[in-house]
Write a protein that binds this ligand. Sequence first.
Ligand code: SF4
Length: 366
Amino acid sequence: MDASRTGRKHAVTNSMPLRKALHTADDLIAAGLIDRCDRAAIESVGATYAIALTDTVVRLIDRDDSEDPIARQFVPSRAERETRPEERDDPIGDAAFSPVDGIVHRYSDRVLLKLLHVCPVYCRFCFRRASVGPGSEAYLNDAALEAAFAYIAAKREIWEVILTGGDPLTLSQRRLEDVARRLAAIDHVKILRIHTRIPCVDPARITPDLISLLRACGKTVYVALHANHPRELTAEARAACALFIDAGIPMLSQSVLLRGVNDNALTLAALFRAFVECRIKPYYLHQLDLAPGTSHFRVPIAEGQALIRDLQGRMSGLCLPRYMLDIPGGHGKIPVELGYLTARTMDGAYDVMDHRGRIHAYEPDL
Ligand code: SF4
């Protein structure tokens, strides 16, 4: 993913200041989240993959539970040092579909606009973990941003722009307003979609001013919330989501199927029901991408299909997201509940059909 970072620069003025956050092994030891004897191992993980936990996330962690699903998502572990042969820095092949820096144009009617590589938290299973994190190229610089706007303006088939990164709501409101205004000026762009974890991990950042600036752009705005466990939907998170929805900004959910976090029907049912109760439509449950050092989170597809089948039998259809796989190598995202997947061998390899009807191999070494 390094090539996709060309043209980025450190620009602290682009972002809102983070409230107290934990970033280092020593921070985690001081907070009682890792043992002193793990310092060297976690420092070596932190040298490769960024670490950040907001104070909201730290407060959510149950220190009496050694397998707490919140801690598992955000506290780094020794297991991240093991990279399997099938894992890769760019697991969904974004780089091959990046015509200019910051843009991923894989499907004709929509683009990703990756404005930054910074997040308020760094999920230990992140599919972009090889590229997200603070540093010298954390934000798309002005020249690269101009080139991205020019690309979108020149491609009349682009109906939707998905702001992602990193977490775009980490940007300052001034920067976000500027981006929204520039995109709003492009006639054929009708939809802005924002992918974020902030309503759950730092809900105080969702303010009436932020809502006003998104509404003022004049385009239809959707917000896709990333959350994986029902405990993430605290009263504060629910209030933050209500600010969007009450203002006419619909919300969708995105979750990742994760071993030790939500790999059972009861937890998934509670999560999806909590979304619907918050007026958030469950949209995607993602099969975990083959990002480096994440095999301890991976759930076999057959197990995920069984979970979805189980949920279909017990839940309102309103609560059910699509179960999705991003085919390694950049071949696109497809639903894998049924019909698109054929077991090729008994060892977990599959033939997978992409959105164009072509067959590809999926060969995780589980
Ligand atoms: S918030 Fe999203 S981009 Fe950031 S670390 Fe988590 S999964 Fe990755």
